[in-house]
Design a protein around this ligand. Structure first.
Ligand code: SF4
Length: 168
């Protein structure tokens, strides 16, 4: 019998994740007076970035205990977390999601594809990075970025917004 071809799970670093997640929640409460609500938008990703974003909510990381919430509607969101190169088919959906999100709002482009199209740049089916379609406040690089890098990006976003008095 061959063993399953799965990778071993990452070594838990609960203290580091707890510190990062608590920092996100503290910054959000200082800026908004409540927890941060995030709407994830897949604008054409290969789903690698989604696996890492979903990991924030799984039983291993379970970051909702620190107040980080993923919401089902852009109308309830503070942050749009956008993955993938923006495909031509998803361009309008991303624009409509952006318009449906109440101000003040922040857009975070996740992954190398979200930055400039990544490995899909130049494809006939792709418009380009997220900033080609909607204004982007922060890029989180990586292919894909790890949950810890996602949290560090959110902290940087909130701290920058606080320094600007809460405006995007
Ligand atoms: S950055 Fe990497 S993991 Fe994320 S959508 Fe692009 S190819 Fe997939």
């Amino acid at each position: 019998m061959r063993r399953p071809l799965t990778e071993p799970p990452p070594i838990p670093d609960d203290a580091m994740l707890a510190e990062l997640a608590t920092s996100v929640d503290r910054s959000a409460r200082r800026l908004l007076g409540r927890s941060l609500s995030i709407r994830e938008v897949d604008a054409g990703s290969c789903n690698g970035c989604e696996l890492e974003i979903h990991a924030l909510n799984n039983a291993f990381y379970d970051l909702e205990r620190y107040g980080l919430r993923f919401v089902a509607s852009p109308r309830h969101a503070d942050v749009l977390l956008v993955t993938g190169p923006v495909t031509k088919n998803m361009r309008e959906a991303l624009e409509r999601t952006y318009r449906a999100t109440p101000d003040p709002k922040w857009v975070v482009a996740v992954g190398d594809c979200g930055f400039d199209g990544g490995i899909f740049a130049g494809s006939y089916a792709v418009t380009g990075g997220v900033s080609q379609v909607v204004p982007v406040d922060l890029h989180i690089h990586g292919c894909p970025p790890s949950p810890a890098e996602l949290l560090k990006g959110l902290i940087a976003l909130l701290e920058r917004a606080s320094a600007k008095g809460g405006s995007p």
